[in-house]
Design a protein around this ligand. Structure first.
Ligand SMILES: [Fe+2]
Length: 314
């Protein structure tokens, strides 16, 4: 994390030093690392909860702008939501064995340090939107839109247009600073811990987004819906460090999920769906990412590289 420390020292308003938890877990088990080949077609067939209650189920195929909600208290290591999919591979099936460390390309050091293996699943929402799956990932990859698109939801919490970027192979890490980070100035650098004062965003290439939200973990898994490049289905989950055993705790985590859903459902995704419609207008034939969008550049460069690798392997 020295690299991150150096980057935050370089920020104009945050010469902060981060200190990620030094505690290393030996058995980090992430059940969602299964990599989806970017050219595979995924047809969502069914959504099963494992011994948990499927509540407030509003989602149906092509019933857009609605979400399904799943709650349970299973552990992170035993993700309770099993997705049964019919996967049609256009060209080839994935290898039965793959190199996890190779795919993580160094980002595993951060993931192990968080100790997610002891976290509990709180809730998963299932969303369908009329937008390409990559636009869902894009949503997380720059922070300069916070002031204009999220003036009353996220912008009061996070600094606008401030963050770091690091690549780990085709994965990436982007760190945004919470406004509370100013409190660190009151403490000696030796006591600084960046995690409660930031949102640490990871893209585990190609279709998984992890957000370490200070006191909990938020994950997103996104897939093309019904094989369409114009539609996507995604699973947004909260994982919490301790089981929510009291009404007060449940209210706290419900507020977190409600804020997340309000932000993406009412602000981010309507804009992205407009962009998706715009792609079909013929008004533009390319998308240019700016120098202030390194995370977006890296993600889309990685997608292109993966597609080139796939084409070369044929
Ligand atoms: Fe946003």
């Amino acid at each position: 994390m020295e690299h991150v420390r150096r980057k935050f020292r370089e920020l104009p308003h945050a010469r902060e030093r981060c200190r990620i938890h030094q505690k290393r877990r030996q058995h980090f088990r992430e059940p969602v690392l299964a990599r989806v080949h970017v050219e595979e077609e995924i047809r969502q067939r069914a959504f099963e909860a494992r011994a948990e209650t499927f509540v407030n189920c509003k989602a149906r195929a092509r019933d857009f702008h609605r979400s399904a909600k799943v709650q349970n208290s299973g552990t992170f290591a035993n993700l309770p939501v099993r997705l049964r999919r019919k996967i049609e591979f256009r060209r080839r099936a994935p290898a039965s064995h793959f190199d996890v460390d190779g795919l993580l390309s160094g980002v595993e050091g951060d993931l192990v340090a968080y100790g997610f293996d002891s976290y509990c699943h709180y809730e998963t929402r299932v969303l369908q939107r009329r937008m390409n799956w990559k636009l869902v990932v894009d949503t997380f990859l720059e922070s300069y839109h916070l002031s204009s698109l999220h003036p009353s939801t996220v912008h009061p919490i996070l600094h606008n247009n401030t963050g770091t970027f690091d690549a780990f192979g085709r994965n990436l890490r982007m760190i945004a600073a919470r406004r509370t980070i100013e409190k660190l100035r009151e403490r000696p650098e030796s006591e600084w811990n960046l995690i409660p004062y930031s949102a640490v965003i990871y893209v585990l290439f190609p279709n998984t987004v992890f957000v370490m939200q200070g006191d909990h973990l938020e994950t997103w898994h996104v897939y093309p819906f019904d094989g369409s490049p114009d539609e996507s289905i995604m699973y947004a989950s909260l994982y919490i460090p301790q089981p929510a055993k009291t009404d007060s705790a449940r209210r706290h985590w419900d507020r977190n999920m409600d804020l997340l859903m309000a932000t993406v459902e009412k602000e981010d995704f309507p804009l992205s769906e407009g962009a998706q419609r715009g792609f079909h207008s013929g008004a533009q034939d390319k998308v240019l990412f700016g120098r202030n969008e390194p995370s977006l550049q890296h993600f889309h460069t990685s997608v292109k590289a993966a597609l080139a690798d796939s084409a070369g392997a044929q």
